[in-house]
Write a protein that binds this ligand. Sequence first.
Ligand SMILES: [Fe+2]
Ligand SMILES: [Fe+2]
Length: 266
Amino acid sequence: MGLKPNPIQLHFGLKKPVRILHLTDVHLSLSDERNNEDMIPYAAKRRDIFFREAEFPERDPVGYLQEAMEYSKSFDCTVFTGDVVDFNTYKNYDTVKEILAGKDYMFCAGNHEFTPKPGIDSMELKRSSWDYVQSNFRGNMHVESRIVGGVNVITLDNGFRLFTKEQLDVLKQEVARGLPIIVFCHVPIANDMQTTENKDSARKLGYTEEEIAESVATANFLRDEPLVKAFFAGHGHHNHYWDFHGKPSYMTGGLFKGIVSEITID
Ligand SMILES: [Fe+2]
Ligand SMILES: [Fe+2]
C-alpha cells in the first residue's frame, strides 16, 4: 500500500466501534485546452511543487486519490476536508467526477476549490463559482450531518476561515439529537477565529462586519457546546494534534503525500 495511515482513537463509550477515513488536500493540478492555455505549463509547475513538498512520493495525487477511494470501502464513512483540487479547471473537476463517481463520502471545500489560480481568493469568486464546484461533489458542501453508528459526523465549510449563521442554526438543531458530534472543516479551528489579524484578512476577502461577527458566534458555539467532542481539519499538509479548549483536534496531512487519517471511535 502506498498510503501512509495516521491512526486516531477516540472513546465515546459506543457499543460498537465506528471507523472513519479522513482525506484532505489532494491538490490535483491538471489543465487542458478548455481553460486559458497559460494554465497548462502552470499546472505542470504546481505538480512539481507538490511532488517536491511530498519528497518524491511513489504515486501522483491522482494515484493516491484512486487508492484512497479503494481503501475507503472498508470504512463506515469517508470525509474530505477540501483542497481536493489546487485550482478550478475543467480537467481537475472532470478527474474528480470520474474518480468519485458512485462513491459515498462527505465533503466540504478548502480555499483552493474556487480559485482559477492559487493566490486569487475573494468571496465574490467563491459565490460565483459555488454552484459549479458543488456540482462536482455529492452532498451539501456548506454544512452536512450524518449519523454514523451513534456519532453525529458534521462537515462545515470554513475554506476562508469563517463560519456562517446558517451553520450555527444547523448545529443547534443537531445538538438537539443528543449524540456526540465530531466536526470536520478545512481550516483548523483555533483562537485566531477572533483575532484582529484574522478579521483584517476576512475583510480583504470581502466579508461584511456582520458575517465576521456571525463566524465568531459559530466558533464560540463549537468551543462551548459539550456535545461537540473533537475537530478534524486539513490545510496545513502535515499531521498535527492540538487541544482546542479541552477538545482533541487533529490536522491530517495532505493526500498528495499519501497521508490518510484512520479514526476509530469506541
Ligand atoms: Fe492545501
Ligand atoms: Fe488549504
